[in-house]
Design a protein around this ligand. Sequence first.
Ligand code: ADP
Ligand code: MG
Length: 399
Amino acid sequence: MAAYHIFKPDDAKAFADKHSGLFGEHSQLTAAEFGDGNLNLVFRVQNDKGSSLIVKQALPYARCVGESWPLTTDRARIEAEVLEQHGRVCPQHTVEVLHFDAELSAILLEDLKAYQILRHELIAGKQFKHLAGQMATYMAQSLFYSSDFYLSGPAKKAAVSRLLNPELCLITEDLFFSDPYCNHERNNIHSAILADAQKLWHDQALQAEVASLKADFLSKPQALLHGDLHSGSIFIKEDNCKVIDAEFGFYGPIGFDLGSLIGNLLLNYVACPGRFAQPQQAAEQEQYLLQQVSTLWQEFSQQFSQLMASECRDAALQNSHYQQQFLQQVLADSLGYAGCELIRRTVGLAHVADLDSISNASLRAQAEQRALALGRQLILQRTGLANISQVLNLVQYLQ
Ligand code: ADP
Ligand code: MG
């Protein structure tokens, strides 16, 4: 096995060629680094016939910052295993891992070049009917089959300890649950909403609820999460979508993945009036996004219920009252984490283009204020919202 070294395009080419039969002996391979991500190197390797593969390599530091932010390359192992586990139960919606090399921290992946990044598509006002249904299936399958409903105690604990992922979890613990609620130097706050951000730093009631959500993130290993399920981690085309970038995966609360995606749909939602010149167009996009949030929860809860009813292998957890309570708690957790996502993407380190690309500064500030207000209410009201239509009423009321 080759010792770790940072890949140049030629290394990516050799790696892809060695571990895949796709290219053939006489292929003229080219490779280029093209990743727009924050942490890793991503190369596309292709031959003269148009076949291509992706090589993703973890650097010993975060790509966007450089060597001053060291980061374990072990994250590539986590990413490969999460994608492999999720791919085993839901191959249709998980990017395929063709090879993983632990020494090089490099993963060979299928190239999703026929797909587009969901965030860009939503910002452009595109609508995909299948998005919520397919992502609900991805989450129901990947989360159920890694949970205590399905795995034996010893098998689950072995997986939990293999996939602890402390360094990447710490990033989430800080950026998601701590920074936005204090005057942290990492925060990125547009001056027009500084007063709104400052209110968060003194909001004791909100901070108590965020503490509870953080405590669950730290100590509720319900299932193997993707861990970073925002709309930049979802690739989409007319009839399918697939998830990439699982390096934040670990065993955590099921509502975290659901909440991340719901939060990202709602970030796009609050941005609609700032992005579309025609109110009618904004209203149509808002309607679409609300429908997707609703379908996401309804489909997820229906599919997860069905799996609990038919495939639960633990005698005690087969209790149907318990299963109903469990799902109710997952809904509350999801809303809480969605709220945290809305807030941290507005005032924290890592923003989203949905808000940042609004060119009119006053419309952008209004959208950001809606994101903060909605995030706050979702966190505070999460246990009192009994079903998804109550959630949608709240969302519309605050818009
Ligand atoms: P990071 O972990 O550094 O954020 P990502 O996995 O998000 O890296 O990938 C960064 C970018 O590389 C993606 O936004 C996308 O443009 C491209 N990319 C990553 N994986 C694939 C893939 N399997 N197919 C096509 N493009 C990909
Ligand atoms: Mg990433």
